[in-house]
Design a protein around this ligand. Sequence first.
Ligand code: ZN
Length: 292
Amino acid sequence: MRKLFVFLAGAAALAQNAPDHPSVTVQGKTFTPRSILARNMGTPEDQSTAFPPHKIVGNVYYAGTKTLSAFLIVTPQGNILIDSTYERNVRTIQKSIEQLGFKFSDIRILLGNHAHGDHMEGDALVKELTGAQVVAMAEDVPALKAMKPGGKEHPVDRTIHDGDTVTLGGATLTAHLTAGHTPGATTWTMPVTEAGKTYQVVFYSSLRSPTVLTPPVIDEFNHSFAVVRTLPCDVPLGDHPSEYGMAEKYAKLTPGAPNPFIDPSGCRLEADVQEAMFKAILAEQQKAEQQH
Ligand SMILES: [Zn+2]
């Protein structure tokens, strides 16, 4: 009980600590660092409550919570999970995967978007339960190694670099280093087939800027915003469902109607929001530096 209280207090403090300036408006919506964090994380309850599991497109399924994404890619040779989220969510994700009609124990490969606890804390438990191979971007390995829920060592079975691929049962994912949010933040891309057509799925990692920017991180973000604009994309996804409007799209799912998750025109929207915010934070910081 006490642990829960500390956690709730901590999460509430987190959203309030993000500043309410600068603000940017993109496609008629106004954002601040505080509102983006609140949108991404929701309440502590949202972070741990399953969102109805559903098929997204082709062999890609959603098995995460209301505010933390977990994607399942199903192949004839076993399955791939992207993001274990918090360790306390692993059993919730397992239940969602079973509701979809798949076996949790069929997970052969575990990928992640970036080395923050809300996306990859549960890796050790997923490995323990499934024996999956844990794949990590080299630049995020130090932060992952420091992530030890309950003292468990963070497993890393394969270290990858920008441009490397992960293949299982005919599915091939390509890792794109989109650093900034963390040094090894990884955007995954994968072609899928649905009704005889091929679609490019993009599993974006967060592009959210910290509120204090150092020169190396500024370089990373400038590079990453350029990279994400070159990725072929028909189905934008993200490590937080609000980054791609999951709830709104899910509500539009209708048998026989076009798949709302196929949304090429929405592919760059989140990058536009985050780049505008990054530039506004940078401008504010440079102005403050000049005044000193
Ligand atoms: Zn993060």
